[in-house]
Design a protein around this ligand. Structure first.
Ligand SMILES: [Zn+2]
Length: 285
């Protein structure tokens, strides 16, 4: 089982779930636990955070989670794998809704609508073992965000979620790791070690996201996690590129450039990805 991706399962009380296979794949080697990361709070984060009320569809309790006032958070750029980088708040840190009473958690998009079967799965595999967590009082740190995403990942396994939902969580774990890397202190004595571990964990998360979306592409319909088919194909191409699968990345690019349904925006992105692939292959020659 991938290690970093599941490193918080034990402290969440959900160690047994880490024995389950995410996509029923072969067992992968274990990497050691992540180094604690000291982070500098971004100026203005607490100003943009507020408590939002939710009703838990699993235990029925009402609770509050922190969320971002999106109107005031500014989009800086969109990265190759569609990560949206906002300032001053890294919005992806707030993309999990987690019930503090029973441990049910999911990406905001998927929180409200578990099926009866899925609720049963969560009750049996999460609620009975869940250890209550304390999340940030004023805002969520990257540590909080990683743990909340792992809780959502544990829930996705417990409720036998679609591959696309699991893949999307893995992708968001990669994005949170990237955001965390941006705020690592370069003066810290263990900076190089932390950076390397962070990069390795990100690749592992991207790899799992790739596998999940490829599986989802063969078995699920669209929209997938809010994406249409060309966008999903582009994302698979980008993830293939980031995980070193340049042949797959090239194939996805060709599919998009000859597609009748892909928008000019996605075709432009596919052309940029094509440039990246050519550069990469040249640099390796
Ligand atoms: Zn609950």
């Amino acid at each position: 089982m991938p290690s970093e991706l599941f490193s918080d399962f034990n402290s969440l009380g959900l160690g047994d779930l880490s024995k389950a296979d995410l996509y029923k794949e072969e067992v992968k080697p274990v990497r050691k636990a992540p180094v604690e990361v000291k982070e500098v709070k971004q100026l203005g984060e607490t100003d943009l955070i507020f408590d939002k009320k939710y009703n838990c569809p699993v235990c029925g309790e009402e609770f509050k989670n922190k969320t971002v006032r999106t109107g005031k958070n500014r989009l800086l750029r969109i990265e190759r794998d569609l990560r949206q980088v906002y300032t001053p708040v890294d919005q992806v840190k707030y993309d999990v809704v987690a019930c503090p009473y029973c441990g049910y958690a999911a990406l905001t998009k998927f929180f409200d609508a578990p099926t009866r079967m899925q609720i049963e799965g969560v009750r049996k595999n999460i609620c009975l073992n869940y250890r209550t967590q304390r999340w940030g009082e004023d805002y969520y740190t990257y540590e909080d965000a990683k743990k909340r995403l792992q809780l959502a990942l544990a829930n996705s396994i417990a409720k036998s979620a679609k591959s696309s939902e699991k893949a999307f969580i893995c992708l968001k774990i990669a994005w949170v790791l990237r955001g965390e890397r941006d705020v690592l202190d370069p003066e810290a004595p263990d900076f190089e070690t932390m950076k390397k571990e962070n990069e390795a964990a990100e690749i592992e998360a991207l790899d799992n996201a790739y596998e999940g979306f490829v599986q989802a592409r063969q078995t699920e319909g669209y929209p997938m996690c809010g994406m249409d088919e060309p966008t999903t194909d582009f994302l698979i191409g980008a993830l293939a590129f980031e995980t070193g699968r340049y042949d797959v990345a090239s194939k996805m690019v060709s599919t998009l450039l000859t597609s009748r349904t892909a928008s000019s925006h996605i075709k432009d992105k596919a052309r940029e990805l094509k440039e990246d692939i050519i550069e990469k292959i040249k640099s390796q020659a």
